[in-house]
Design a protein around this ligand. Structure first.
Ligand SMILES: [Zn+2]
Length: 126
């Protein structure tokens, strides 16, 4: 966004030059058609939903760093684990990181007993 962009007072989207509504009454800038506002809002909702998703650990993050993780007991190692033993935590992801034995160990504090199953970006702190 630049300083001279017009922002729609109805949807908050940028108004391109050919999208500016006009009329005899002075009013805050807005898109000429409400259908443009709907398209802007649908795109924004899709963007927010995509950013707010849990991702399976089989699809690693594209950025190294801390992420919110979800881990569940592996029933192979903990056959009597309770379903509510699952937990969320913060772990550091580093693509290609190996441990002292040379084994791939991209997530900090992952474990056989309580493997990370999903991750998501950290929420914004308060
Ligand atoms: Zn609009």
């Amino acid at each position: 966004m630049t300083d001279n962009e017009l922002i729609c007072s109805r949807c908050g989207g940028v108004i391109l030059p050919d999208q500016l509504g006009g009329g005899p009454v002075a009013r805050p800038p807005m898109h000429a058609q409400v259908s443009i506002c709907f398209a802007v809002l649908r795109a924004r909702v899709a963007e927010l939903e995509a950013a707010d998703q849990w991702h399976p650990v089989s699809e690693p993050p594209d950025k190294d760093g801390e992420h919110l993780i979800y881990r569940q007991p592996d029933l192979k190692y903990q056959p009597n684990a309770r379903p509510d033993a699952a937990m969320m935590d913060v772990a550091d992801y580093h693509a290609g990181r190996t441990n002292a034995k040379g084994e791939l160990n991209e997530w900090s504090h992952n474990s056989f007993f309580m493997p990370i199953t999903h991750w998501r970006p950290l929420p914004t702190p308060p």
